[in-house]
Design a protein around this ligand. Sequence first.
Ligand code: 6R9
Length: 646
Amino acid sequence: MSDQSEWVQRPASALKGTNCTAEQYEKMYASSLQDSDAFWAKQAERIDWFQKPSKIANWSFDPVDIKWFEDGTLNICHNAVDRHVEAGNGDRTAIIFEPDSPDGEVRTFSYADVQREVIRMANTLKKLGVAKGDRVTIYMPMVPEGAFAMLACARIGAIHSVIFGGFSPDAIAGRVDDCESDWIVTADEGLRGSKTIPLKANVDSALEKVSAKGVLVLRHTGGDVSMTDGRDHWYHELSAEVSDECLCEPMNAEDPLFILYTSGSTGKPKGVLHTTGGYAVWTETTFRYIFDYRDGEVFWCTADIGWVTGHSYIVYGPLQNGATALMFEGVPNYPDHDRFWQVCAKHKVNIFYTAPTAIRALMREGDHHVEKHDLSSLRLLGSVGEPINPEAWRWYHETVGKERIPIIDTWWQTETGGCMITTLPAAHDMKPGSAGKPFFGVQPQLVDNEGAELEGAASGNLCITHSWPGQARTVYGDHERFIQTYFSTYPGKYFTGDGCRRDEDGYYWITGRVDDVINVSGHRMGTAEVESALVLHPKVSEAAVVGFPHDIKGQGIYCYVTLMDGVEESDELSAELRQWVRKEIGPIATPDHLHFTPALPKTRSGKIMRRILRKIGENEFGSLGDTSTLADPGVVDALIEGRKNR
Ligand code: 6R9
């Protein structure tokens, strides 16, 4: 029997106008497993194909080869933009842009406006020299032109690689180099909570290390930037005389759509590659059913377009559904902690989708920030990016949602293209802290460390046993790494890297990463990346990085550092190293704790015992487990002493 106290019932109002009741979910989920091809062929009918696919799924996880809709042709930009205009809905609002400052100018774009803007961008890219199959790096602020640049690439068949505006020049250089991108779209500067981000200057620094044929620069803040002759072009100048026509390039369903870099447990970030047809179907279908979108509603996803959540649920999911998407340039606490709620009230937002880290930060600032605003337009609240703790869930439900609207906690990953496990608003009751049930076509499996399937209520490693249309196809330029990372731990299964519990009601509870990836404010960070950044510093000999529980960020970054012989530890050096990591990776990787230590705990074969470092970082000294295999067990006592002193 399940614990009844966990349940929060979905409100009856969620049923009105729903796309999916409980009965429909059961029926559709069953048919998505029983006859997957027929199910997805039917969902794919909502896509406007140039050539309808006759083959649906063709995949294998061993050897790894994944194809969906492989003989179909389409263009996702046509589906997101043009077809709405052609259907007579050109006047419908596609994007509402809310700027960083509440006093700034709101800009609203109808579908016809978006079509015009995307064509302008597409023709400008062509004029620059961009051709089908080229990789285009997009390093933009959260402005509509960022979305236009993505859609323009899709329109002409170029592959976009969006880099989050918070990444450093070195991180940009690494990504530009990895996918051999000759073209960069950026802006003079970005704005976030009154701070300016020197985007163009960062690109200039990156281009001291790698080369690009052309850089397209949007004038956004009007800040001073330097332009390199022959390489850099102002968007408003280069776009001034382009044609207002540009056909959507027919793309094979398996042609690449985008690359998005994400952290793994080893090495540099991987360029996760998504293709066109499957991703189009997956984002269209998940948006439609999970957000239970109804015509005319305003949908607000607070993610940045630099992350997969922004790709799928600011741009491709909402626009393919003809929805109105709000795009927000700013941050939750500027000019005050009520900014999110003020924007919800101002634009009468119906669906609000954010991350637990933001919810926790705002919860701490007090209810009055929420209560000041009329949030009666809200119909649905969503959460994504990391496990949401029940306390934050309840605050979201009670204070923001006034206990009258459902919450969906959507589990998914860059690699999954769209949501995978979540309750559906009108189909399922909720349990605070649990993502809920698998979406159509998703077949989760829990396995023990040896790969044996665990049935019924159990805890284990979360795998997916059957492909789904939105699944990533490879790591750009390194298929072997794709296989190694996702399919080698448990052969024949996609391994997510997450730990998970399934309860007696078949609800899934994600417990967090089981690999060396940490989740800092919903951003994935490979501990190995922070370690490599630290050891690049001439004074650092060795570094080991672990996550530790952090009230707001979910996890914080804890760095154990040993210094070169003769180097003295000091607060100045600590500050310098923090700054160093920011410069190497970006502000999101700033260490929370730097712990200097003369030595790291190692086994006799020289392996760092991370398990012990994690426990010490978590302040759990009582359960360090077996330390007898350590080369020098005395190291542990010194580390514990050091931890207690901070
Ligand atoms: C969409 C996105 C993926 C990792 C994933 C997991 C964590 C995401 C979650 C969640 C618990 C949720 N994660 N959503 N954990 N509940 N609702 O965030 O993609 O940046 O690739 O991160 O985030 O650990 O493996 P990405």
